[in-house]
Design a protein around this ligand. Structure first.
Ligand code: UD2
Ligand code: MN
Length: 583
């Protein structure tokens, strides 16, 4: 029985079981129809299990196979094999340009790459040494929501899952088409395709666009596996990816586990290995950020890393735990901020979030977002309203800092959040301050002296001149501008350890010839770095550098912030801290 469903979906009536059939025949048809140009392996075969998903024993089921035992590999000179870059040859250039904006990645290139292309095993040696697991691992419902996804990218996502996951662990794959427009291949061809898959696959369709977040909730509600695995619709999972994630949930069910997100480039679909020594944080503008672990030790490379926040796209979670946590805030429209909501909620209410350095999923990072958000308002308005909800429910008194730096979040109305506040009470969660203390997130302080504008007696204020992405401000110059009283880039933070922060960055004199005056730039904050320490003299109002003795923070000319010899008569060295945020 095969039926395809809309919003009124009833799982008992409408699931599609997809037994192994003849993918070869089907793929040949697709090639004829010019939908996907290169055929993949004759049929799916499990390396450790029988084709019906039966494994001879659990030892085989819970073991990451050696990648090179893959049967019937593609010819190695096929485009993109082993994650190699494939740039469009001259005859493809026209199509490549013409169709780029469909997805904001090169779909013409993707169409040339085999759906079952081989990928290198990029796990480190420590991970390879940990390739056996104690069963039974929980089963998984893999949830993939898509809106206007490219054809070959979506199919390659599915084929990679089938080829690199023990089928017995896949309770089901749930695909949800979030009201894609004018994409014929997402209809009958996709419906036929999923019937060739050897695991149960459900395809749902939204009649009206719900956005990623509500769609994920909708899919989670019909899922029946023991765990949920959320994926984007343009990924390739790599060898062993799921086993590492499930093992952590098996150990502790209140765990959210994220894989390493490797990069597939938007122009050549080249695999670039993602960093494994990173964790997630977020900025004063509520933007998710990656941060490098200082002093990362090589011997720990197979151990999961605790992360204060997650990127949000790819993660595994116990299904009932996801429910306990109140799934997502459905007041969040399309997407944006939901990853922070999930992160704060999990950590503040007794759970934990980890990144497993052995689990790799490659994701196509697009050039830009190809689809619109809501018709009625700009993307930023939607996203800021989403942030507003998260801030109101989870940030306690720290909401003031967010509001000072991004007044739009303060101004916009994100709607009623009372049910989410109730959820927080029900879950008996700790304060946001405790969350910050636990991770010592430096940009959200709890031992600071001051947060606000820093101005000279002639009404010039320190200004970061930064866009929303603070990481782009690394090594840029600090500026002085007319004090505008609108907060934003003029909000700085002065710590009890004498550092001057803008968000996660610190003020420090840049390189300069020893005799020359140095520009002040933004650098990564480091505890023991004296160049970043500024002693405030309450008599003279000077900010004296602790490393360069006798030198002070000063404005030179109109807007240059420099380190020059201290001079009590210079009004451009007389600084006042104007407290704007009381924490
Ligand atoms: C990143 C995350 C993504 C999500 C988003 C917002 C990663 C690798 N990706 O997205 O999962 O958390 O940030 O925080 O961490 N989609 C819909 N309906 C919509 C809009 C999007 O179904 O109305 C789908 C889309 O087809 C895709 C997924 O949502 O499968 C994420 O969107 P994206 O890939 O455009 O965004 P990305 O990768 O920047
Ligand atoms: Mn994506």
């Amino acid at each position: 029985l095969t039926r395809f469903c809309s919003d009124s979906y009833q799982p008992e009536q409408n699931f599609i079981t997809s037994p192994k059939s003849q993918p070869k025949q089907f793929v040949e048809n697709m090639v004829k129809e010019n939908v996907v140009k290169i055929k993949f392996k004759d049929s799916y075969e499990q390396e450790t299990c029988q084709s019906n998903g039966q494994c001879s024993n659990d030892e085989q089921l819970y073991q990451v196979p050696d990648q090179f035992s893959q049967k019937n590999p593609n010819p190695s000179n096929w485009p993109g094999e082993m994650g190699e870059a494939y740039l469009p040859p001259p005859q493809l250039e026209e199509e490549s340009k013409r169709r780029f904006s469909e997805n904001m990645f090169d779909i013409a290139v993707s169409d040339q790459i085999a759906l079952n292309r081989a990928m290198p095993d990029i796990r480190n040696e420590h991970c390879k040494a940990h390739s056996r697991f104690n069963g039974p691992l929980p089963t998984v419902s893999i949830i993939i929501v898509f809106h206007n996804e490219g054809n070959s990218t979506l199919l390659r996502t599915l084929v990679s899952i089938i080829n690199r996951t023990p089928w017995k662990l896949i309770h089901e794959i749930i695909l949800l088409d979030d009201a894609s427009v004018d994409r014929e291949y997402l209809h009958e061809p996709l419906e036929k395709f999923i019937q060739t898959l050897p695991v149960r696959t459900i395809l749902l369709r939204n009649e009206k666009r719900l956005g990623l977040i509500s769609s994920r909730v909708k899919a989670a509600k019909i899922a029946t596996g023991e765990t949920l695995m959320f994926l984007d619709s343009h990924v390739e999972v790599l060898n062993g990816w799921l086993l590492y994630l499930l093992e952590e949930i098996q150990k502790d069910r209140k765990t959210i586990v994220c894989p390493i997100i490797d990069v597939l480039t938007w122009d050549a679909f080249q695999l670039l290995q993602g960093a494994t020594d990173i964790f997630g944080t977020f900025s004063w503008k509520m933007i998710f950020r990656w941060s490098k672990i200082q002093g990362f030790s090589l011997s720990n490379q197979a151990l999961p890393i605790q992360t204060p926040t997650m990127a949000g796209g790819l993660y595994a979670i116990d299904r009932l735990y996801f429910e306990e946590l109140g799934m997502y805030d459905e007041g969040i429209k399309i997407w944006g901020g939901e990853n922070l909501e999930m992160s704060f909620k999990c950590w503040m209410c007794g759970g934990r979030i980890i990144i497993h350095p052995c689990s790799h999923v490659a994701h196509v990072f697009r050039k830009e977002t190809p689809y619109k958000f809501l018709e009625s308002e700009s993307v930023f308005v939607t996203i800021f309203k989403n942030y507003k909800r998260v801030v109101l429910v989870w940030l306690d008194e720290y909401k003031q800092l967010i509001y000072a730096v991004n007044p739009d979040i303060k101004r916009l109305d994100g709607g009623d959040v009372s049910d989410r506040i109730q959820l927080r009470q029900k879950l008996n969660c700790t304060s946001f301050k405790d969350y910050l203390k636990r991770f010592k997130l430096k940009n959200f302080p709890f031992n600071h002296r001051f947060i606000g504008t820093v101005s000279t007696s002639n009404h010039r204020c320190l200004d970061s001149m930064m866009g929303p992405d603070v990481s782009k401000g690394l090594n840029t110059q600090v500026s002085a501008q007319t004090c505008h009283k609108d907060g934003g880039n003029q909000i700085f933070l002065y710590t009890t350890t004498n550092k001057i922060h803008f968000d996660e960055l610190c003020l420090e004199p840049g390189e300069g010839k020893s005799t020359a005056n140095r520009n002040i730039i933004f650098t990564i904050c480091m505890n023991d770095r004296k160049e970043q320490n500024w002693e405030y003299d309450e008599q003279t109002f000077q900010l004296k550098n602790e490393h360069f003795k006798g030198k002070c923070l000063s404005i030179l000319g109109d807007s240059n912030v420099m380190l020059i010899p201290c001079d009590t008569n210079n009004p451009s060295q007389r600084w006042t801290f104007n407290q704007e945020v009381e924490l």
